[in-house]
Design a binder for this molecule. Sequence first.
Ligand code: NAP
Length: 251
Amino acid sequence: MGKTVLITGATSGLGRAVAIALAEADHCVIATGRSRSKLDQLKRDCSKIAVVRDLNVAIPDQFKTLVTEISAVGVEIIDTLFVNAAIHLEHDHDHEGKPYAEWPHAKIRCKTYETNLFGAMRTVDAFLPWVLYSKDGRILFSNGTLGSFGWHHHENQSYRNMLGIKHPAYAASKAALNMEMVHLARQQPSLFVASLSPGWIETAIGGSGTGNMKPRKVETALPHITKYLVGDIDRSRSGSFIGVRDETIAW
Ligand SMILES: NC(=O)c1ccc[n+]([C@@H]2O[C@H](COP(=O)([O-])OP(=O)(O)OC[C@H]3O[C@@H](n4cnc5c(N)ncnc54)[C@H](OP(=O)(O)O)[C@@H]3O)[C@@H](O)[C@H]2O)c1
């Protein structure tokens, strides 16, 4: 039987691709996003998506409206909450060798945390009761190696160089999100809670790479991500940070 899956940030990149893939596989997808025009386009592109609704995760009041709206259309449980919405505002900033005074302005940090961290936790606060109604409740967070201290300290210099000193606010927001995830997993042992990395994929956040360093196409991440959202999983791995080859990523 199809699952009911609520996705944040379903208007582009990974969230959009996952929303379409799950709807095509007859799951009941509640796709949310901050752009009304992109949500309308999503519904036009995939009529099998059950519900599309506005949700800017940086605006607390929008959660109340959404909870009321999805109750009104008869949604009673959410099997999987895919906490995916995020921003990355530091693409053009390489901080290697630059004085600290030239690092991202406090505004960039606040905006980044507001969406990537506080927005994610607001999503959990709003929908946790619905996920607890499911017999197979799951909460999955989009994360990646930029949020891993282990990768930033990797013994292989080329990995460290690849991450560089480029994304402090984004990376910090994702590292903090991992700690929230671990606590949530411990507090809710009946649920499967994990951080999932899609790998480096070509999206607005992932960019398109340079030279021969190119991200993978978003579609290549789908089998891995959709397995954790709706497929067979090892529930004993709740509380983990899971990479594209099912490996555990170092914190
Ligand atoms: N791309 C990678 O290589 C990579 C690697 C590791 C982890 N991730 C993670 O994967 C997730 C998806 O990112 P992506 O790569 O698919 O990038 P993306 O295409 O930029 O998707 C991000 C989504 O989040 C939405 N969003 C941003 N701020 C929002 C807000 N305040 N409220 C609601 N939605 C908001 C965006 O909306 P708009 O459509 O309006 O912009 C977009 O739909 C993110 O959590 C990212 O950190 C990506």
